[in-house]
Structure formats: C-alpha cells, structure tokens
Design a protein around this ligand. Structure first.
Ligand SMILES: [Zn+2]
Length: 543
C-alpha cells in the first residue's frame, strides 16, 4: 500500500533536508517520490506540521530485573491505568512494559535501547522488551565486573581471546553493544572498598579500572561492533567527579568511546559548598576529542528512582533515599541497586545538577556527538523529554526557570549566560540521525529511500513541549500507530542485535567454565531464537 504524507515541513538532517515536501511510503519502507501525478492509496495532509524520522533513545532503563525490582520497591508510585481487582497482587500497577511502549510511541519515539543488561539476566530483559509494544528495542550487555574477563586480563591472555569472549557474550545475550559500569568498582565493593577511581586496582585480580575499559574498548572496536564501548565512569555523582570524566575522555586515545550520562560527572569543588558546575571544562574536552560521544542524563525536578548496576555508588547514596527505602543486590559481576530519589528545585545541589545537564547540551558544539537522555529514570522519567526539548530551544523559557532556582546554585554554573537555542534540525540530528549512526542502524533515523518507515509528525506549535508531548501522527514500519497523541494500533517491535564473528573454540571454553564454576550448562544464559516469540533483527558488524 502506497502512502503519501503530504506538504509537511520535512526535517531530515541526514540528507540536509529542511523544507516543505512529501514523504512516500510503500510496504513499510520509505520510497523516493514517484512521478508527479501518481496516486497514493492513502494520503495524510501534513500542512502546518513537522515531519521527522521516528526518534531513537540510546540509553533508557526500561527492562530487566533491576527495573522490575524498582517496580516492586515502590508500589505507591504506580499509576492505576488499568486497575486490577483490589487486593490482588500489584492491583495498582500501572507503569508496565505495555505503558512504556505506548508512552514512547506517543512522543514519536520508535527505537529504544535498554543499556544495562547483565548477560546472566538477559532472557528476563528480552521477555519484558518483547512485551513492550510498538517500539523496536535493543540491549547493551554489561561486562567489566565479571570474573571471566578480569581473569583474562590478569592472566595476560591475548587480545583475540578477549574479542572471542566479547563476541560470545553479545551472541548469547542477544545484545547490540557492550557497556561497562564502574569498571571493577562492583568487585571492589565486595572487598569492602568504598571509593574506586580509574587507576585503582581491583582486589584479588590486580587489574585496574583503566585496563578493563581499554581492553573492552579495543575488543569492541576490533570486532567491528558499530556502537563503541558504552562507559559508565567511576565516581558517579561526587564533587570532583569531573576529574574522573576528563581522565576517561583522555583515555579514549583516538578510538571510539561513548560516555553515558556525563551530567552526573560534571561536578567540580568550587564555591562555598564545594560543589559547582564543571560542565564548561567537560564540554571543552568533548569538543576536542573527536572520537568521543556522550549522552547527557539530564536531571528534571520531581520524584524518581535511581536504578543502577553501579552497586558501589548505590551503596554510598543509600542514605539519600526518598522515600527512605532501598535495595542493594549483590549478584554475579555487577549486582544492582535501587535508590528512590526526589530532585527538588529548592535544593542547591539538585539545582546545580539541572544546570550542568543543560550546560552540556548547550556547550558541546556538535549535535552529532551529544545525545539526548535523562538516563531514565535516574535523572528523570523519559516522559519529561518534551519539557527538555523546549528548554533547549528557548532561552527565555530557561531564564524563567533559572529565576525560580536558588541564586547561589546558579552562581556556580554558566547556564544563565548561555544564549544558544537548538533549532529543530539540531533536535532531529541529536534524536534521530546521530543515534542511528552511533548504533550502526543505517535503516533508520532518516527519511531517505529504503529506510524503515518510522515517521513522527508533529503539529508545529510555539509551545515545543506541547508539540513533542503528543505527536499528531506516528508510523511504525509504515503503519499508523498514533493519532493526536494517542496509540491507535498495537504491534510488536523487533529486537536489534549484533553477532560479530568469533573462533568457536571459545564456545567449548565457555561450556567448560560454566560447568566448573557454576555446575550449570552454558545454555542457561543463551537466548535461543524462539525464546521471546518475536524476530531478532541482525545489525551488521564490520567484521
Ligand atoms: Zn543508565
């Protein structure tokens, strides 16, 4: 069926397109405009509307046992969208996997990456993602606190051995890329270490955090995995964490490296309270390190819950829990931690955090290298994205909000003096074209012929938050799924994975390892094709 989205303002930075025109779709894909006079089977009038590719979120915690533990810890925050009979378990559970898919689609997002999946728990994450309607999803497999990798490094095994292990893990866990969370820090916590930096050494292994990050960065690159190693740095959230981030950026050494939620490392020690924005220094370092990409992890004010595999950090922040309850799980490798938190506009530290995120967005020059995240739900729920788009696009709106925040907090940031406003094209770059390129998803993030027909149409409105909150139309694979901000059709998305080549000798070695170490078959962590009841989409690797 041939569909025409007619006469909208088409913003497609991948093809340097920003102008009034049509977008044509056939059989789930975007096609070149046919000769004029060709009739469409259906036409949507997009006059006065903005047409973009579907948005892509590269880092949002939406599935897996950590997220599920947060749901169980905080039943009082569930919204009763479809109440179950009172008195039954989870009778008021509202924000389910089902709601996640719908809420994303209603904002025009069509692909989301869950960035923190421990390989041993990957099946659970994939089952939840398969239950998340409409959007395509992918996962990042977390390595770097696991015994097998650290033993490889300790024993000075070859780069090839590490590459084979990484390739085996990506295949077993059906992931799109590799992440490392506080490399070595979770293992150090188990040895009663309470602070762990980039050049500190993991007890029992004699391996530094730097060695772990560099080893995984090189292996990911050598395997030709499109997405570079995704790094959650050490010392998250601490005054002086800017030094850790700067050291990690320098350690990229010209090879691709992605730093997650950089906002949480943008804190210097200046000012009367010893807590200040270091965003200008971090932005300068990112601007100069062309192989480095970052996402922001913007903080917005309100109640949320922090969900992290960084058990060292979560242990240290447990006393800040609001409400006062938390969960820390010591598991294989990373374990995990859940600490609810309430960001308050009147709080000095929270106001600085809010400003640091916006400074990073506005001081990093290249929208192809700075990615839009709140580290959902850690900085804020993803439902706050429309408000953040509005803040980036309107300095007057920022000034209004700055005026309501503690002046001493704003005094230790540069935000009040920043005039930059994002254009719609820059927003489209940061949320569509750039993330597709960063993840190796050549079939999306743009509106060129051959792309999957994931398309978001917004009613052009001076109130950008209102505009981005409720897309006028959203198409997934060419099918209309949202109209006037409401889901009109449910469909299953795909799970996107990579499968880089490996020497199969690693398979026999892993079978032996699981048998000797756990008394388990390695099939225990492998996700077979049929397990989740939906197709996997294979993203090509360079090797
Ligand atoms: Zn995260």
């Amino acid at each position: 069926m041939r569909t025409r989205i007619a006469a909208g303002r088409v913003i497609d930075p991948a093809h340097r397109r920003d102008g009034i025109g049509d977008v044509w779709v056939d059989d789930g894909r975007i096609i070149d405009a046919p000769p004029s006079g060709t009739a469409a089977d259906q036409t949507f009038n997009a006059t006065g509307k903005i047409v973009m590719a579907g948005a892509i979120d590269i880092h949002s915690h939406i599935a897996g046992w950590n997220v599920n533990t947060a749901r169980l810890l905080l039943p009082e925050f569930h919204r009763a969208a479809t109440p179950r009979p009172a008195g039954t378990p989870l009778s008021n559970a509202g924000w389910s996997t089902f709601a996640t898919g719908c809420l994303y689609a209603e904002m025009g997002f069509t692909t989301v990456v869950e960035p923190a999946v421990l390989p041993h728990y990957a099946l659970h994450a994939h089952l939840e993602l398969a239950d998340t309607p409409i959007i395509d999803t992918a996962t990042l497999a977390v390595l770097g606190n696991d015994d097998f990798l650290l033993a490889l490094i300790r024993d000075r095994e070859s780069a090839t051995a590490v590459e084979d292990y990484v390739a085996w893990t990506l295949d077993a866990a059906r992931a799109l890329g590799v992440k490392v969370v506080n490399a070595g820090g979770s293992l150090a916590l188990k040895a009663n270490v309470r602070q762990f930096g980039f050049d500190d050494v993991v007890p029992d292994y004699g391996v530094s955090s730097r060695e772990i990050v560099k080893t995984l960065q090189r292996a990911t690159h050598a395997l030709g995995v499109p997405h570079p190693l995704h790094v959650h740095c050490n010392n998250l959230g601490m005054a002086g964490s800017d030094a850790t981030a700067l050291t990690t950026i320098a350690a990229a050494e010209g090879l691709p490296l992605h730093l997650a939620h950089l906002q949480f490392y943008g804190y210097g020690k200046e000012g009367a309270r010893g807590f200040s924005s270091a965003a200008p220094q971090l932005a300068e370092a990112v601007n100069g390190a062309k192989s480095v990409t970052i996402d922001v992890g913007q903080v917005m004010f309100g109640q949320t819950v922090t969900v992290s595999l960084d058990t060292l950090r979560q242990f240290n922040s447990r006393n800040h829990a609001r409400p006062r309850k938390w969960v820390l799980l010591e598991g294989d490798a990373n374990g995990g931690g859940i600490v609810p938190y309430n960001y308050r506009a009147g709080d000095f530290y929270n106001a600085v955090q809010w400003a640091v995120g916006l400074e990073l967005f506005l001081l990093i020059d290249d929208p192809w290298r700075v990615f839009f995240t709140t580290d959902h739900p850690n900085g804020a729920p993803f439902t706050t994205y429309p408000e953040i788009f509005a803040l980036l696009m309107d300095r007057d709106l920022r000034a209004q909000q700055i005026a309501a925040l503690p002046p001493d907090a704003m005094a230790v940031t540069t935000l009040p003096g920043i005039a930059r406003e994002y254009s719609l094209s820059e927003i489209a770059t940061m949320t569509r074209a750039a993330p597709a390129r960063l993840l190796g998803l050549t079939d999306r993030g743009h509106l060129g012929a051959g792309a999957v027909a994931d398309i978001a149409v917004y009613s052009d409105d001076r109130d950008r938050a209102k505009m981005f909150r409720a897309a006028a139309l959203v198409f997934k694979d060419g099918e209309l799924v949202v109209r006037d901000g409401v889901v009109t059709r449910y469909r299953a998305g795909r799970a996107l994975t990579v499968q880089p080549g490996r020497d199969r000798a690693i398979d026999r070695r892993m079978t032996r390892y699981y048998d000797e170490r756990y008394g388990l078959s390695d099939a225990y962590i492998k996700i077979p094709d049929h397990a989740v009841g939906r197709p996997f989409g294979l993203v090509p690797c360079a090797r």
